[in-house]
Design a binder for this molecule. Structure first.
Ligand code: GLP
Length: 243
């Protein structure tokens, strides 16, 4: 088996271990390219990274950070846009400038060109060294929902209905305006040199089990990670309780 499973006993030790994965990557290779994911799982981890940076001021000035995905159809200043979440949770506190923070756009006249530009930029900076991935309750990665081809590259897609409804409500976006997501594709994700998938909480117990012990199938996008040459599954006791 090529992958590694790490189980932390409680939420705090989980958050801390996850934060250390990022800090250690920056320290061992200051010009790393590091991908981040938003959501409930990663918020504390991001805040801890910022705290650790403020305590010891390790050199993060050459690191490129980027977001795995972004909401389409809202201003990027909206509190639920991944750009703003990553800035407020972590990057602002570390003085990361725009040159070192790459995001897919929330609005564009030409998303295919924007996606190409984004993946080209990641390549030019040396490719993804570390990618932190959250896990959807249905097994999605980024906005790659069940059914997404494993060969997909960065693309614009629909959002799951629960998230769409929440964002529509919070941003007062009218019903006739399309809301979606733009995300790295599964193929882009699999090209990362090292991946850490993070999952915590009882709501992830079943999907964690299927992801790790079930077949590799596009019905469960995260199952492809079983085949990645260097992937760590970092879990808490709840998320791992059915393994
Ligand atoms: C959203 C994001 C994903 C994230 C996932 C898990 O769908 N687009 O990037 O990984 O949610 O979120 P949570 O950690 O809140 O369960």
């Amino acid at each position: 088996m090529k992958y590694q499973i790490t189980i932390m006993p409680d939420e705090h030790s989980f958050d801390e271990a996850a934060a250390l994965r990022i800090v250690e990557q920056i320290k061992s290779k200051p010009h790393s390219v590091i991908g981040l994911s938003t959501g409930r799982t990663t918020g504390n981890m991001h805040r801890l990274v910022a705290q650790m940076w403020q305590q010891t001021r390790f050199d993060a000035s050459r690191t490129t950070f980027f977001g795995l995905d972004e909401v389409v159809g809202v201003p990027r200043e909206y509190a639920g846009a991944c750009y703003t979440m990553l800035r407020t949770e972590m990057l602002d506190a570390m003085n990361v400038d725009e040159e070192h923070f790459l995001m897919l756009p929330t609005e564009s006249d030409d998303f295919p060109a924007a996606c190409q530009h984004f993946t080209d930029e990641l390549e030019q900076r040396g490719g993804i060294d570390l990618l932190i991935l959250g896990l959807g309750e249905n097994g999605h990665l980024g906005f790659n929902q069940p059914g997404t081809p494993f060969g997909s590259s960065a693309w614009v897609t629909d959002m799951n209905i629960e998230l769409e409804e929440r964002i529509r409500r919070e941003t007062a976006t009218p019903a006739d305006k399309w809301l979606g997501g733009v995300t790295l594709g599964i193929r882009d994700i699999m090209h990362a040199r090292h991946i850490v998938l993070v999952a915590k909480g009882k709501n992830k117990t079943d999907i964690v089990r299927s992801m790790l012990l079930g077949p590799v199938t596009t019905d469960l996008p995260a199952s492809i990670l079983q085949l990645h040459p260097s992937c760590e599954f970092l879990l808490d006791a709840d998320a791992s309780s059915k393994l």
